[in-house]
Design a protein around this ligand. Structure first.
Ligand code: KQY
Length: 363
């Protein structure tokens, strides 16, 4: 399919909000033993659970390496399409395409340059060449033309849009040394405007405490609908997360979106701190160049890292007392969707959650 030299804005395309109708969802199959414990077997079961939950509401495709093809096809439900798709790891939110759509309903993909969350500065593994081909390959499979952003690094998890001109992100990530150090904040905003057809960037400060992605916005704040966001929250002033969330709340309360609306902020409580156990750390292979997993490390757990599917919210739970509170907050925020919680500790152990392992393709 065509690789386009123009930009989505020039061609009349914009990024829809995740809450707009989907044609389907993409997922990549986990397998690397230096990120997923026990040869990724427990994570694979969690990915199956997520794929099955989403597939009850919209079509799901899982991309998988040739080596794991038979295993994935056997484990996934029959209503999930399984295609061979080489990758370095399974974070399609970040290495997959960001789809854009025009007024006629035509869909194209943005193939952001991907460098494993920071390249040689503070990237999480090396190499990442196969991941960097994922967006293009998905666009080919879907017969969608694509825009490649050579020289501009971005992950899908570092942005959220409201579909009406507003983009939410964090300074911690987009201004980090490992992304686009040669670009100013204004130049980054202009690139986002050209590719996503947004008019205003709302810069939150930092993401979830110790998030290894340099604070992706999709773990701390997300859009319910234009003018309404959910913010990961704790009332525990002794938790380092408190200051981070409070600072972001202040930013959100003192700005307006692209349409001039005040932003309604719904607080979504966090689970209690979740730490890696000795057994969990011991199940991960140590590999030079890959971020190690150590006993006692706090994981970047947040209920905000959920996926909006057609008619449903597929949300993580952690066997925590706040699971029920989160389900209730989500049900009230999305009264027209069914909230389905999936036990997601195994995904969290890999460094992300349900939103990070999914990518929506607009209708
Ligand atoms: O959270 C994400 N969007 C990706 C996390 C990557 C973790 C790699 N170990």
């Amino acid at each position: 399919m065509k690789r386009l030299e123009s930009t989505p804005l020039a061609d009349g395309y914009r990024m829809p909000g995740e809450f707009e109708p989907h044609a389907g969802t993409w997922i990549l199959w986990p397998e690397r033993p230096d990120n997923w414990r026990l040869g990724a077997k427990p994570a694979q079961q969690a990915f199956v659970d997520v794929a099955a939950a989403i597939a009850a509401f919209e079509p799901v495709t899982v991309g998988v390496s040739a080596a794991q093809y038979d295993n994935a096809a056997a484990a996934l439900p029959a209503n999930v399409r399984v295609v061979e798709l080489s990758n370095n790891d399974s974070w399609v939110r970040d290495c997959g395409p960001t789809f854009v759509k025009n007024a006629a309903g035509d869909v194209r993909g943005i193939d952001w340059e991907f460098n494993a969350w920071g390249g040689l500065v503070d990237g999480l593994y090396f190499p990442w060449d196969k991941d960097d081909q994922v967006a293009r390959k998905i666009c080919e499979i879907e017969r969608a033309c694509s825009y490649r952003t050579t020289g501009f690094v971005l992950e899908g998890g570092s942005i959220h849009v409201d579909g009406e001109g507003t983009l939410y992100t964090t300074e911690e990530c987009l201004l980090s040394e490992g992304r686009n150090p040669g670009l100013t904040r204004e130049e980054i905003e202009e690139t986002l405007r050209q590719y996503l057809a947004i008019e205003k960037v709302i810069w939150l400060k930092n993401g979830i405490y110790l998030d290894e992605t340099n604070g992706h916005v999709d773990n701390i704040c997300c859009v319910v609908r234009p003018g309404v966001v959910l913010l990961a929250w704790t009332d525990d002033t002794d938790d380092p997360q408190y200051e981070i969330s409070a600072q972001n709340l202040e930013i959100l309360q003192n700005t307006t979106d692209a349409k001039g609306r005040a932003i309604e902020v719904i607080k979504l409580p966090l689970p209690k701190p979740i730490l890696i156990t000795a057994q969990e750390a011991g199940g991960v292979d140590a590999v030079e160049g890959t971020l190690p997993r150590c006993e006692g490390d706090r994981l970047a757990a947040s209920y905000v890292n959920f996926y909006i599917a057609n008619g449903a919210i597929i949300a993580p739970c952690f066997d925590d007392p706040n699971d029920a509170v989160a389900a209730q907050v989500l049900a009230e925020a999305f009264p027209d969707r069914k909230v389905v919680q999936v036990y997601a500790r195994e995904i969290l152990l890999g460094g992300g959650n349900i939103h990070c392992i999914t990518q929506q393709q607009p209708e």
